[in-house]
Design a protein around this ligand. Structure first.
Ligand SMILES: Nc1nc2c(ncn2[C@@H]2O[C@H](COP(=O)(O)OP(=O)(O)O)[C@@H](O)[C@H]2O)c(=O)[nH]1
Ligand SMILES: [Mg+2]
Length: 373
């Protein structure tokens, strides 16, 4: 058979105009229904659905694979060994070649019937981004539980005040934008955290934004992944934005964890001195051991949550963390001694030593332990 004899025309589909990116973690029971609804709503639009699944234990990726066998508009990027909503959205968007990309949740809380209106707004050429919002006329967030609603409104107020953003619902994860605008800002976005819209909307000046009201629905199936941790990550993003992007959210977490390490160190030292009043050195060794361990555990489950180490990797990581920590401590002490010898301002010397120590530990942890760089 010669190549010329192969008929490819049957496989040529119209160029995709809209990619809908859907991050998933344990959403097996929702994906088929979501695709059905997208199909019903997006008539006349050449669309595709890009699911980004972080290796959900419930087999979401398998369910999607089965669907995509008969529906070529559906594909799934399965990420192994990583977690994180923002990072998943970024990867999904970058994998698209359509002119417009939307991001929405898989649980059917985001009303897909507003997608055509959002697309029309972008196609008018007047806007770069359309944010779907629960808090303008026509929008509705009444399906939030009372406490979740309170948290959401409070976080919205703080965000608006701190960042000066005009978005009425900056915490939303439902939006559509021009792919070209995204490409331009992609290197500046943080893969950590839950609130990618907020990051995007504040990542570049001059982004032309408009809103689209919608009613926030009930979760169709499964459970919410909202947690204390998500709240903390959001705080990290806010602080990072406040520093004008100078401080990476990850570094902010690393520094906060470091501060809790100092508290643990002092607390355990105090207790150990009560138990062994005669040996300061022994008590201090125990205190430092505790602080190192708690720092490692917190960093593994918070700072580097998306790269969390497990099993043997966890043990290896812990040993490395302690070794680099010891080198960091030497550097800290050495530098502080030098500065103190020349300037005799104890706190300047001490602070400078600590800052270099933290930077060293952060750089080594990022490069060699959790390997984010
Ligand atoms: N890929 C990926 N998706 C996630 C992760 N965490 C949450 N999601 C998805 O993000 C969307 C929003 O999460 P959800 O639990 O509904 O948050 P809530 O609506 O704020 O309660 C859902 O589609 C989740 O499956 C994650 O770590 N990785
Ligand atoms: Mg949800």
């Amino acid at each position: 058979m010669t190549i010329a004899s192969i008929d490819t025309t049957a496989r040529v589909s119209p160029e995709t105009v809209l990619s809908v990116v859907i991050p998933t973690y344990n959403e097996r029971g929702n994906v088929a229904e979501l695709i059905r609804r997208l199909d019903r709503t997006l008539t006349g639009v050449a669309w595709e659905a890009i699911f980004v699944d972080d290796n959900s234990p419930d087999g979401t990726a398998d369910a999607l694979k089965a669907i995509s066998r008969s529906d070529p508009r559906v594909r799934c990027i399965r990420r192994v060994g990583r977690r994180g909503l923002a990072g998943a959205c970024i990867e999904g968007i970058l994998s698209s070649s359509a002119a417009y990309v939307a991001v929405m949740d898989a649980d059917l809380q985001h009303d897909e019937t507003v997608l055509p209106a959002m697309l029309a707004k972008l196609q008018s050429g007047q806007f770069d981004l359309v944010a779907a919002t629960r808090y303008v006329d026509g929008g509705d967030a009444s399906s939030f539980s009372a406490s979740r609603g309170k948290i959401s409104r409070l976080a919205t107020k703080i965000t608006q005040r701190v960042l000066g953003t005009e978005l009425s619902d900056p915490m939303s994860g439902f939006f559509m934008m021009r792919r070209a605008s995204f490409d331009e800002m992609a290197p500046r976005l943080s893969p950590v955290g839950f609130k990618i819209l907020l990051d995007i909307a504040t990542a570049s000046e001059g982004l032309r934004i408009t809103e689209q009201a919608y009613s926030f629905g009930e979760r169709f199936d499964g459970e919410s992944k909202f947690s204390m941790q998500v709240g903390l990550e959001f705080l990290g993003l806010l602080l990072s934005k406040l520093s004008n992007g100078l401080l990476d959210p990850r570094f902010i977490f690393f520094a906060i964890v470091g501060a809790t390490g100092i508290a643990v160190n002092l607390l355990v030292l105090n207790l150990a001195l009560i138990a062994w009043p005669l040996s300061f050195q022994f008590a201090k060794t125990i205190a430092t051991g505790f602080a190192m361990t708690s720092n490692f555990i917190l960093n593994n489950s918070l700072t580097y949550r998306d790269r969390r180490l497990k099993g043997l990797g966890l043990l290896r990581g812990f040993i490395g963390f302690c070794l680099f920590g010891a080198i960091g401590a030497f550097t800290d002490i050495g530098l502080a001694n030098q500065l103190y010898a020349h300037h005799e301002l104890w706190w300047v010397a001490g602070l400078a030593g600590s800052i270099v120590g933290v930077l060293w530990n952060y750089a080594m942890s990022s490069m060699f332990i959790w390997r984010t760089r």
